[in-house]
Design a protein around this ligand. Sequence first.
Ligand code: IPE
Ligand code: IPE
Ligand code: MG
Length: 231
Amino acid sequence: MEKSPSHIGIIMDGNGRWAEKRGLIRTQGHLEGLKTAKRIVKAASELGVKYLTLYAFSTENWKRASEEVSFIMNLVKQYLRAEFEFSRQNRIRTRYAGDMAALPPDIQKELRQSIEDTGSFDGMQVILAINYGGRDEIVRSVRKFYQNNQGMNISEKDISLYLDNPDIPDPDLIIRTAGEYRTSNFLLWQGAYSELYISEKMWPEWEKEDLEEAIASFQNRERRYGGIKTR
Ligand code: IPE
Ligand code: IPE
Ligand code: MG
């Protein structure tokens, strides 16, 4: 039996489909998805999760209509502002993964503020992956390594050390909602041995019980890391 996952990553997918199924516009789905994100952060914190990485916007999501992109960016801002009191009460620390430099300046400012304001909180850490791509993160890591270590041989450990949050352990469990069986560029390096859980439900439909089910499924997995089962 596995213990509870300490780090859970979630690919929050299906906002658009959720809305379209109801005859609503896609942005309505993102609004509902934001409510779900708040609900699941609360649930994860109650369930004792230590790190929760939320995939909110990928390096590929810029391909979408500019209206949808700016709507999502504004939701991020709202989330950061509105959640400070909840974060303070629950000691939740905000972190970031991705290439922040390409985000709109007001979002960057809000993110930096939230990271700073919650920096001393010792509860669950919520890592917001916004303009995040696993490949992009690896490239940025390798570049940073060579800026500091010219002419050296790079190792796996070096790449790990130059990723966005080298102090955070690899995710034990990666959840994807909306029934898609792919990673879509999420935590490629860190997810090498993560257990995967796919939920058919759309993200706006996700509840605490769904997270509990995913954790229960994780607890029945046997993680071998390429080794052989020890009895
Ligand atoms: C996930 O929902 C949110 C983001 C990728 C920003 P989608 O917007 O991808 O919803 P679907 O996949 O179109 O249903
Ligand atoms: C993955 O969802 C990215 C996020 C949830 C932020 P997408 O909807 O962008 O992924 P694809 O296009 O279905 O692979
Ligand atoms: Mg999608």
